[in-house]
Design a protein. Structure first.
Length: 500
């Protein structure tokens, strides 16, 4: 007998057997309860798609029936089951997430499914699936080795093309290599429609990228923020605009239309490459400041007073999250593979390479400080997520630092109030800060700047009572007064501060 596979809810621990049958009956019943509403299908129920489903089920000036589609596999099916059971699959500090989900439950206008049949009832399909970059982090090379595999993305588009209505609006929000809508998605949809004997000229294909910021303003970063959009032709651009006006406060945040889908796709990856480069730029200056006994925080704050320089970055532990770590590479890949150039976007690739190396610097510094003997050193990492006040640990720079320390034989404990299980390392993470601080510690590392650690008098008081320890602040959590206080008993170092 075949063993049943389960998908585990990473929030509740509940296990769901993977479904064996189709889900058509559920979809039809859902539509009976949502008669006369336009149907929006969101493909992909991850950090973007799950929240986009909430935005659509709480649209500003239209009543939609919303169906979220994800894959019925071990890693992802739980998101579908969780939504249908009334537990939202994304944790965030934004109270609006819960509010919007409760409203959707009351209105009964949000369903999740794994069945591609959903695309056959959709008036609008929003594509929010992932498109990953596989990296080989070999820092000895000038540029990173990486691969972009478009096939999972193509499969997602094919699933839509094989089921959709011939006049559907397909809105791609996934971050794609520039050229993807025109050169990849458009031909796939046309081909599928041709094979189904349907018109190839009535569907609409738009592109509008997400600027969503997981965290306290999750919902507002979609609903109350500026958007850029385009279409594969005039009617696609118009329909895309019409739809966006129903979900975004466009009176206050006017939409920006660009000339074609290559332009909006480029805008997204350029926007993120600009930020990644800004971060990479300050890395060598952090080293210089450390050498020259300079407080780089003080310097950056002074420079930020100039409006033209207000986004110069502070030093840090590295870059994490799903986007800045890959988007410059998607752009460089596109240039070479979709537009046949024989040269990469070298500066952007170098920026990613520099950022990826940042945790290694922090580790080497510790290794040197501890005279190569981190074996059995008791290390407490404060924060494992890649950004303050979020639960997202994807590509967090804390992970390489953790790996390096572990490989050296350090005994590591973890604290993060947002993360229960650190999926990438399978480690349990404590949310009890006091308990972690009571343990014996040799080395304490501020690795994420969660609000909980900032201006926390209790934390400083507890640290003041501990035996001498080494404190490394990788991300500017400690203020001047706290550093001064802690230095009376402990060794304190802050990345980018040569003055300490
Ligand atoms: N996370 C962010 O902050 C953010 C911000 C802006 C843009 N983006 C972009 O948005 C896109 C989605 O990002 P994310 O963070 O939500 O990723 P994610 O990995 O959290 O979610 C993607 C989801 O899509 C599902 N999926 C994959 N193929 C599918 C298919 N064929 N059918 C149905 N579901 C499928 C996956 O199972 C997964 O649940 C990416 O292109 C990302 O770069 C993300």
């Amino acid at each position: 007998m075949k063993e049943v596979d389960f998908s585990t809810n990473t929030l509740t621990g509940k296990k769901y057997p993977l479904p064996m049958d189709n889900d058509i009956l559920n979809i039809e019943n859902f539509l009976l309860n949502n008669k006369d509403k336009k149907v929006v299908v969101v493909q992909g129920l991850g950090f973007v798609g799950a929240v986009m489903s909430l935005i659509c089920s709480n649209a500003l000036n239209e009543e939609y029936a919303v169906i979220g589609v994800d894959l019925a596999n071990i890693n992802n099916y739980w998101k579908i089951a969780s939504i249908n059971e009334g537990v939202f699959p994304v944790i965030a500090s934004d109270p609006k997430i819960n509010e919007f989900f409760e409203i959707a439950k009351t209105k009964k206008n949000l369903l999740a499914t794994y069945d591609n049949y959903a695309y056959s009832v959709a008036d609008i399909v929003i594509v929010d699936i992932n498109l990953d970059v596989k990296k080989n982090a070999d820092f000895s090379k000038k540029l990173l080795n990486f691969e972009v595999d478009l096939s999972p993305f193509k499969k997602g588009i094919e699933a839509i093309g094989n089921y959709c209505k011939e006049d559907v609006l397909i809105l791609v929000e996934t971050t794609v290599p520039p050229g993807t809508c025109e050169k990849v998605a458009n031909p796939i949809i046309k081909d599928c429609l041709l094979k189904r004997g349907l018109s190839q000229s009535d569907f609409k294909l738009g592109h509008s990228y997400e600027r969503v910021m997981p965290g306290p303003d999750y919902i507002d970063s979609i609903q109350n923020f500026y958007r850029v959009y385009s279409g594969i032709d005039e009617k696609s651009a118009k329909e895309t605009e019409k739809f966006l006006r129903t979900i975004i406060s466009t009176e206050k945040y006017p939409l920006t239309r660009l000339g074609n889908t290559n332009a909006t796709e480029m805008a997204k990856v350029l926007e993120n490459s600009y930020r990644a480069m800004n971060i990479a730029f300050i890395v060598e200056w952090s080293r210089f400041a450390e050498l020259a006994s300079v407080n780089l925080y003080e310097v950056v704050k002074a420079i930020r007073m100039r409006p033209t320089h207000s986004n110069i970055m502070f030093p840090g532990i590295g870059v994490g999250g799903y986007c800045l770590t890959k988007d410059p590479l998607l752009a460089s890949w596109s240039k070479q593979n979709l537009f046949d150039s024989d040269s990469p976007l070298e500066q952007s690739e170098t920026g990613v390479q520099i950022n990826d190396k940042m945790p290694l610097y922090a580790f080497n510094y510790l290794k040197e400080t501890f005279n190569d003997s981190l074996v059995n050193k008791k290390v407490l990492l404060l924060g494992v997520s890649y950004r303050s006040n979020v639960a997202d640990t994807r590509y967090t720079p804390v992970e390489p630092l953790y790996d390096y320390l572990k490989a050296e034989g350090a005994k590591i404990t973890l604290h993060d109030s947002y993360v229960d299980i650190w999926e990438e390392t399978s480690e349990k993470v404590s949310s009890d800060l006091d308990k972690q601080l009571k343990k014996q510690i040799d080395l304490l590392i501020f690795s994420t700047n969660h609000s909980e650690y900032i201006n926390n008098k209790n934390l400083i008081n507890v640290l003041m009572k501990k035996n001498q320890l080494f404190i490394l602040d990788t991300i500017g959590v400690l203020n001047e007064k706290e550093i001064k206080q802690l230095k009376q008993y402990h060794t304190v170092k802050v990345i980018g501060r040569g003055d300490i």
